[in-house]
Every structure is written in C-alpha cells, then in structure tokens.
Design a protein around this ligand. Structure first.
Ligand code: AMP
Ligand code: GLY
Length: 426
C-alpha cells in the first residue's frame, strides 16, 4: 500500500517509522516531512494545511491511506475533503475535531455529558471577563477558544496576570479570532497524564499511558513549550485510575459526541489532571501527542497500519476480538533537544553532530522534529529539533539510555531537560 503521512514533527517521524514496519506498506510519502523522515519516506513539499494540493497529490499518486498528524488540517476539515474524493484517511472529521479546535465547544460537551473538568465560565466581552476575575479573586486559568499553537492557555497566579491575559487575547487579539471568546476556569492541582485512545465511536482501544513535560526548564520551571520530553507508562496512572479515566472522561465524551450526531474516528487524546478529587479533563486533542507518541510507539508491538485502518473503517471490534493491542513491557523515555532560545525566538541552520554515534547505542532511537538534510548533513530547522528515545526495563533504565544517546549529540545552542521521568522514578 502507498501511505501519505501529513506533518513534519517528531510525532510524524515516529508515525512514519512505525508504519514503515508494517508488512502491507510498500511506500510512504510525507508532507512536508523533515530531515530524519526523508530517510524513511519520500518527502513532498506541501504544507500540512494545503488541503487542495494534498488532495490532488493523493488522487494523482493513488495513495491508499493518509494519516494526518497535526491539529490544524484536522480542524480545517482535511478528513472531510479527502473522504469526499473517495480517499481513505485516518483522523476525525471537522465536526469531531472541534474537541480541540474550540475549547468552548469541548467544555460545553464536557459539561453536558458530566465529564469531570474544572468549573468554568465562557466570555465574549473582555470587560465582563475582567469583572469576573476581580470577583473570584483567586488563581485561575484563561484559555483562548481557538487554536493558538499550544500558547493559548495562561495559568494565572493572581487577578492581574489573568486580566493581562484577557487583554492580550481579547483586546490586542494576539491569536486573532481564536481569542474572541475565552474560557476562565478554576486552577486544578495535581499531576498530569496523557491518555490516548483509538476509537471508531463503537469501540475504544487505549494506548499505553504517558506523561509529558511542558515547561522548558528542570523542575517544571520557565515558560510552557510544545513538550520537552515524555515517558510511558505513567506509573501514577494505576489500573483503577486508568479505568476511572476511561469511564468518566473518555467513554462519556465519545458517547456524548454520538448523541450530538458526531462520529469520532481517530485518536482521541485526553489531557488529565489527577486531582485529590479524582481525575479531571484539562483538554482534549484530536491527534497523537508530541512528544508522547515518540515514547508510546516504540512500545507498540502491533501493526499500526492495521489499527489505523480498522479505526477509519469502524472495524476496531475486529482488533478487540483478535486480542487488542500488544505492548512491549519495557518502559520508554524521550528527551527533546531544543534550539537555543526555544520556546522564544530560536536559532536555525546549526549543524547537528553525533547522530551516527547515538545510533550505535542499542535500544535507542532519534526521532527528528526541526531538522533538514542538506548535502548529507543534518541542520536544525525548528524549535524542537530531536526526540532522543530510549527503551529499558524500568523508566530509570529507559531514561538513562536516552541520556546516553543525548550525550553523543551536539549542535550550537542545544538545550534539553535533565529531569525527564524524575517524577516517575521518585
Ligand atoms: P490545555 O491546552 O488546556 O491542556 O492547557 C495546557 C496546560 O495548561 C495543561 O497541560 C496544564 O498544564 C495547564 N492547565 C490547563 N488547564 C488547567 C487548569 N484548569 N488548572 C491547572 N492547570 C491547567
Ligand atoms: N504534548 C502535548 C501535545 O501534544 O499537545
């Protein structure tokens, strides 16, 4: 089969890598891909959200199955458009993708179907939002309704910070229309976990649990990033907690969407806070997590293409009947190496050295994110550059493996967190 993967990050490198192991895959294209992906797939120079060009390419190349990585094309309706052309594609349609595309929509679904989440109010008027903040006079979380490249959430320690966020989003419109409506919600305390499931709306098959590291510096300090590392499994998600998350958060959401006339097909990612009052949903994403995917897929023994196709064909019950997904019992950890300056303005075009030495260490993999291959050399081309991943008997072993490989790699300005997995090891 001919496969197209859409996207260019570490997540997409992991998807391409895993799909390339599938017996039925003959050729993989990736749009636009990156330096590392170009070793496994033919990279084609279309942007991930250029839906007309991608549809034309799929028809011309007779692509059998398309996998959409990022949220932007999903929220723009790429699945609807490709399906209209008679193409098979993995991911939720536009209506279902609102679970990530609109935080207002997502919170309203949660409220209506009794999914535990932080108490919230919706505002389309900045003055009313500011008055509300004065009234509650406590830490709160301000969220832009629409997509904001992962920057649309401000956890405000005091009313001033919260009001500044309201001004930035609603008056200065730093996210454009995405900030015309906002959510203000209670600040939750606890550890976070990422729970990803495959669902075709009839069946739900969970992936292994994982945990991300959002802040740029060790001990969860500094600004938020797309994610500086991840590990799987997350030991804090014990079996009973996992079950509770599935029952109260995941099933209720998918069933609620069904009642709204929305059939969700794809990966649903629940960002969960494990609070003293039980797990609460922080957000939903309608795609694989990045860098969670780089820590989950190396543990997956089952054929990824088969599960994805079953998801799209609403045939996941077949996968369940044949015993569900098979997992490697080992743990996996991913350490993200980022460019100097990231998550602010960052440097580019730095030569990356040591990748060959890193590749010699067994049970490690280097997933590329912001890289490009020029005349045989890998150069940095983004904020998050590499996801250096290790497998081991325990999380500690996996983390040690990953850092062993990180030690071989260098580029000017490279920085990474030195405490990936520390919470789990403690
Ligand atoms: P979201 O995109 O909604 O997941 O928000 C991004 C990050 O902001 C989350 O991963 C949390 O770290 C934090 N966050 C979001 N909502 C809350 C909340 N209600 N309480 C505390 N932290 C939150
Ligand atoms: N790692 C967080 C995300 O993928 O949104």
């Amino acid at each position: 089969m001919k496969i197209l993967v859409i996207g260019s990050g570490g997540r997409e490198h992991a998807l391409v890598w895993k799909l390339s192991q599938s017996q039925n895959v003959k050729k993989i294209f990736c749009a636009p891909g990156n330096g590392g992906i170009s070793k496994l797939a033919e990279c084609i120079p279309f942007k991930a959200d250029d839906i007309p060009a991608l549809a034309e390419f799929c028809i011309k190349e007779r692509i059998d199955f398309t996998v959409v990585g990022p949220e932007v094309p999903l929220c723009a309706g790429i699945v609807d458009e490709l399906s209209k052309c008679g193409l098979d594609v993995f991911g939720p349609n536009k209506a279902a993708a609102q679970m990530e595309g609109s935080k207002v929509f997502s919170k309203q679904i949660m409220a209506k179907y009794k999914v535990p989440t932080a108490a919230f109010e919706i505002f389309d008027d900045p003055d009313k939002a500011k008055k509300y903040i004065d009234r509650i006079n406590a830490p709160c979380v301000v969220k832009a309704d629409g997509l904001a490249a992962g920057k649309g959430v401000v956890v405000a320690q005091n009313p001033d910070e919260a009001k500044q966020a309201v001004v930035a989003m609603m008056e200065e419109r730093i996210f454009g229309a995405a900030g015309d409506r906002i959510i203000i919600e209670d600040c939750l305390q606890g550890q976070e976990a990422s729970i990803l499931v495959f669902t075709d709306s009839r069946e739900v098959i969970p992936l292994a649990s994982s945990q991300d590291h959002k802040r740029v510096f060790d001990n969860d300090r500094g600004p938020n990033t797309g994610g500086m590392g991840a590990y799987s499994p997350a030991p804090i998600v014990t079996r009973p907690i996992f079950q509770e998350i599935l029952e109260k958060i995941v099933y209720r959401t998918i069933e609620g969407l069904m009642k709204e006339g929305i059939t969700y097909k794809g990966v649903l990612y629940a960002g969960v806070m494990l609070t003293p009052q039980g797990p609460k949903a922080l957000e939903f994403n309608v795609r694989f997590g990045d860098p969670e995917t780089q820590a989950i897929l190396p543990r997956l023994k089952s054929d990824l293409l088969e599960v994805m196709m079953a998801t799209s064909n609403q045939n996941l019950s077949q996968i369940v009947k044949s015993g569900g997904l098979k997992w490697d019992n080992r743990a996996c950890a991913c350490v993200v190496c980022a460019s100097g300056g990231y998550p602010g303005d960052y440097q580019k075009d730095k030569e990356i050295s040591g990748l060959e030495d890193a590749a010699k260490i067994n049970d490690t993999m280097v997933f590329h994110a912001g890289t490009r291959l020029v005349a045989g050399k890998f150069l940095t081309a983004g904020g998050r550059v590499l996801g250096v991943t290790g497998l081991g008997r325990t999380i500690k072993d996996a983390v040690n493996k990953a850092y062993l490989a990180v030690d071989k790699i260098h580029f000017e300005g490279m920085h990474f967190r030195k405490d990936i997995g520390a919470k789990a090891i403690k």
